[in-house]
Design a protein around this ligand. Sequence first.
Ligand code: PMP
Length: 398
Amino acid sequence: MDLLEKCRAYMRADEARDAGLYPYYPAFQGPADGGQAILEGAEVCMLGSNNYRALSINPQVIGAAQDALALYGTSATGSRLLSGNLDLHDDLEADLADFFGYEAALVFATGYMTNLGVVSALAGRGDLVYLDEKAHASLIDGAQLAAASGAVVRRFAHNDPGDLARQLAAAPTQSVLVATDGVFSMEGNLAPVAELVAVCEEYGATLLVDDAHGVGVFGLGRGVIEQAGMRGRVPLMTLTFSKSLASQGGAVLADARTIDFLRHTSRPQIFSAGLSPADTAAAHAALREIRRRADAEPVALAAAEHLRRALDALGYDVTWSAGPVIPVRFPDQTTMLSAQRLLLDHGVYTNAVLPPACEGYQLRIACTDAHTPDVLEAAIGVFASLREDLLPRYRQAA
Ligand code: PMP
């Protein structure tokens, strides 16, 4: 059979398009600053962005990227191992290590590549990898690469250190990597970092926390490890620049020997060009800004708490979460896609999320520092006015 036959037979997106409910690849015009965005020529309230600290439009961050463009040009044009390493990368790594309390850091081209590159370089034949069953795709894919070179990969029940402990107690004595998200991207809930540290320390396992969504938001910007009081107790931390750090790229933080090993062995690091000068400088400027604001609670947290309560009071099926992410559940795909469309028609953009990215069907709403009370009240007004259209549907289906 022709290899590409599966592409011609793929109907899932067409079905949504035919129903006028296709929500993906929206073409925003201009910056999605976290508060407002322009879509199809109209201003929409942006409730789908990970720009938690609204730093992608911050003048210092933009200025740093512009200066780097002017000084270094548009691209690193090579692997960092050879010609593509810039002093900008080294400077950012030094500041990341200092801010997050690790000996060293290594910057990758994306957060996805960071997890892929760390897990696949550290685990192989003779090693065991345990993943939280809701771990991000990049950790799963990294573990699959590790499995291809002989590692055994297992899952532990979501946010259940007891299940992890039971499995570790029964496991053969081997070197073990345990990996989890710090903040789960779709549900917005936090990993029980202190309990996971205790289990890993008891069984001599190495813990990796991917704090893509926690950095900049929790623990005075240092993320969930700091918030849990576990600074110095989590050997491996990864993060992305594509959320609070308002750029592209990612980084791993660890002891100096581990970082040196990864610099020379991690294939996504070695066989891909270094992060671009503008992206590197933007992430660095955003880090400085987060550090500068470290004594103030992010507006995004208070905004999300307000919105969560308002939606719950209106009767929406809001899942509890502690941070800027608010999952709103719907009983089936059509109801969820219709809700997404209706909200958009009334000027509110939300993310439509389906399995396997999450359990069930949900609109993933996220708040940022740009969500001022006025912006939020307007969005809440839309949810209130659409209640009659949206809620009876989920009552019927329940
Ligand atoms: N980890 C988690 C938990 C994420 O949610 C994401 C992005 N959604 C990533 C890693 C990958 O980050 P990036 O966008 O930098 O590739």
